[in-house]
Design a protein around this ligand. Structure first.
Ligand SMILES: Cc1cc2nc3c(=O)[nH]c(=O)nc-3n(C[C@H](O)[C@H](O)[C@H](O)COP(=O)(O)O)c2cc1C
Length: 359
């Protein structure tokens, strides 16, 4: 596989492990992927809950937890470490500042347009900025705003298609529409980005994400113009994934029909594995009466059917009576839990097998 270059960073394997909150991708998974030559990503979502022992204040605990996770990943890994920070998080600015101060290699940011992300960089910052988008239009808006306001262009762009896990940047009726498939959108985004690359003489690799599961899938994306890929689901069923064994087993035990689209309190559709909790939500469980976290900008507690950060935290710990697992459309394909090393070796072998077929 061809290395992925983002500014002065070079990943020997062009595979990014997508950030997965709440607690699914922390320092353990991120460092394992980085050590194999890919880019490992810590998710900043929900750290205030995972690290509640560090402070009674959710934002403060989240920041202290993020510092802890970045430092742990650095201790364990020689490679490239990123942090995923969703624009929708109320403590977005604090988490970005912390990541830059900790000299994390890359910040990935989606679930909204990260229009002010470059404003957090200082003269001596080393952190690369990579927005996650779902259309060529979103890329154009971000590039124009960043260039006009900060004289800065993204260091790479992740295009996340509709087959991804977690929150999806599409309307529900677009999810099955071929016009919004990753294969359709990827050449559009590559073209849009190339206009800025030519005009401003900066290389902006495009990374494809969403439903990429095999080495053959990776090759297909590269042929469509991607310089790298981002995989989430495939890394959940690894020994090093930070989720509980029960969370990983929910993937192993899932059938294709168990993967469903839900309406998240965040205001976006999401993809998850069916659970008894989701049944209760459909039946209209009680609304939460108060919110101690205020973790998501767009979440209105008076209208939310449940607290999403608690539901995802419960799932992370294996309690599906009170939560559910986010998952990509391929989650049902996992058969057993294997190491990150084996996972990447398999992806590379599948990639090579496809190469031989074409000779
Ligand atoms: C369990 C889970 C949690 C996720 N959490 C986040 C998140 O907190 N922020 C984010 O930007 N993307 C999140 N994602 C999306 C992934 O980073 C990745 O882009 C996506 O899952 C790629 O599709 P795939 O799972 O089909 O490989 C999540 C995905 C999964 C499966």
């Amino acid at each position: 596989m061809k290395a992925l270059t983002i500014g002065n960073l070079k990943a020997r394997i062009p595979i990014i492990q997508g950030g997965m909150g709440v607690g699914i991708s922390l320092s353990n998974l991120a460092s394992a992927v980085a050590n194999e030559g890919g880019i490992g990503v810590i998710s900043a979502a929900g750290l205030g809950l995972l690290y509640k022992k560090l402070s009674p204040n959710y934002t403060e605990a989240g920041n202290l937890g993020l510092i802890e996770e970045i430092r742990r990943a650095r201790e364990k890994a020689k490679g490239i470490i990123g942090v995923n920070i969703m624009v929708a998080l109320s403590d977005f600015a604090e988490l970005v500042k912390t990541s830059i101060a900790e000299k994390v290699d890359v910040i990935f940011s989606g679930a909204g347009l990260p229009l002010d992300l470059p404003s957090f960089l200082h003269k001596d910052s080393v952190t690369k900025l990579v927005p996650i988008v779902s259309s060529a239009r979103a890329v154009r808006i971000i590039c124009e705003k960043w260039q006009n306001n900060y004289g800065y262009l993204p260091d790479a762009v992740v295009l996340e298609g509709p087959k991804a896990g977690g929150h999806l940047g599409y309307k529900e009726n677009q999810l099955e529409d071929q016009l919004f498939s990753l294969e359709e959108l990827l050449p559009q985004v590559v073209h849009e980005v190339s206009l800025f690359e030519e005009k401003y003489h900066k290389s902006i690799p495009v990374i494809a994400a969403g439903g990429i599961y095999t080495g053959e899938d990776i090759r297909r994306m590269m042929e469509l113009g991607a310089s790298g890929v981002q995989l989430g689901t495939r890394f959940v069923t690894t020994t090093e994934c930070d989720a509980s064994e029960d969370f990983k087993m929910s993937y192993i035990n899932a059938h294709e029909a168990d993967i469903e689209i839900i309406k998240s309190p965040v205001g976006m559709p999401g993809r998850a594995i069916h659970s008894s909790f989701l049944e209760k939500v459909k039946a209209g469980i009680q609304q939460p009466k108060s919110c101690p976290f205020n973790c998501i900008k767009t979440c209105d507690i008076s209208r939310s059917p449940y607290c999403i950060v608690l539901a995802l935290y419960n799932a992370f710990r294996g309690n599906f009576e009170k939560g559910y697992a986010f998952a990509g459309s391929n989650a049902w394909r996992a058969k057993n839990i294997v190491s990150v090393k084996e996972t990447i070796a398999e992806l590379v072998a599948e990639w090579k097998a496809k190469e031989l077929k074409f000779r």
